[in-house]
Write a protein of this length. Sequence first.
Length: 439
Amino acid sequence: MGEYFDFIQQVKYEGADTKNPFAFRFYDADKEILGKPMKDHLRFAMAWWHSLGANGTDMFGVGTADKTWGAEAGTIAHAKAKVDAGFEFMKKLGIKFFCFHDVDLVPEAADINETNARLDEISDYILEKMNGTDIRCLWGTANMFSNPRYMNGAGSTNSVDVYCFAAAQIKKALDITVKLGGEDYVFWGGREGYETLLNTDLKFEQENIATLMRMARDYGRSIGLKGDFLIEPKPKEPMKHQYDFDAATAIGFLRQYGLDSDFRMNIEANHATLAGHTFEHELRVCAANGMFGSVDANQGDTLLGWDTDEFPFDVYTTTLAMYEVLKAGGFTHGGLNFDSKNRRPSNTREDMVYAFILGMDAFALGLTKAVKLIEDGRIDEFKAQKYASFNGELGQKIRDGKATLKELSDLACAMKAPQNPASGRQEYLEGVLNQVLFG
Ligand code: XLS
Ligand code: CA
Ligand code: CA
């Protein structure tokens, strides 16, 4: 069998000055940073759906990229060709993980038993390919949004039969994830939401989603899933209102239904901005709540109101994101999954390689700059000093929850009027960030 990416052997680190288009400028996989190699900080993953499946089809036109990999689309031979192409690609780029939906691996059949048989066959083939490599599954998931049966949702559906199919799909996706050594399992609530309250029982739907997640948790644990179940928040698209709007909403949901010790968050950059947040905000909310799990790495376009899933290149954002990741203690079993796709006119295999070089370099830069920002210390010092008035006896009493409203009111009345708090120094701190990035 010939190679799919025969124009490269191995993409290597050549340094910031290289003009070789097929080399990393910043991603130096084995370089030690804070006691571990870059590759272990970043844990890059390839998303099966975008890299091996998406051919540029959009609402206005057909695909521009050939993702048949030399086989007839929709056949098992095609599914195997995708595996071959994917492993060659990951090896050549030095990517150690992949993520998948069930239907990314094989085409869905009319009968679920046939689909499951195909999944057994392809997962055997993937296991064979994994053999002798250090490539592993980061997480798996079930696509419960494409098939028309899920038009009213999966966990939130109005049909008890469709609910059973959702359960069956999750069970099989969990089986395959565990079989491929994946530690985490993702729930992205694609159609778990609604368009109008006129036809929706919101409470009923949310309770059913929680029940489905509880059953998935119990089954996953029973077959040895060790890592996290992850919720991937997204505010809208395809639905107008999605129940997992953002990290804070999803965390509240998990706590309400007692799922918070098995679930954490998979934060996608583009979903954060669709929710009106920054990527780093979503990461900070997760860390503050002990819910930081994994990341879907991409970026949106601030001029567009939808999920463009672009390869990340904005180094301000990757720096501020990696700062949050480092502060959260780094990835344990999660990683940086490129849920990113080439732009429609970037339709060649070379473009796939350029896209990953761009994204991996952007996060490598983000990591090194985030470390510099932490080592520089001025941001952390400023923050410590900003809240220093709480370091005294009174502040401590408030922090310990031992003060009363009456007591504080008495103190305030005795003071008559407080001094204004010290400046927030935003422009100074933004200058520090620029100095660390470009100085
Ligand atoms: C879609 C989501 C999806 C999840 C996995 O917007 O990003 O691809 O990551 O189902
Ligand atoms: Ca995603
Ligand atoms: Ca997305």
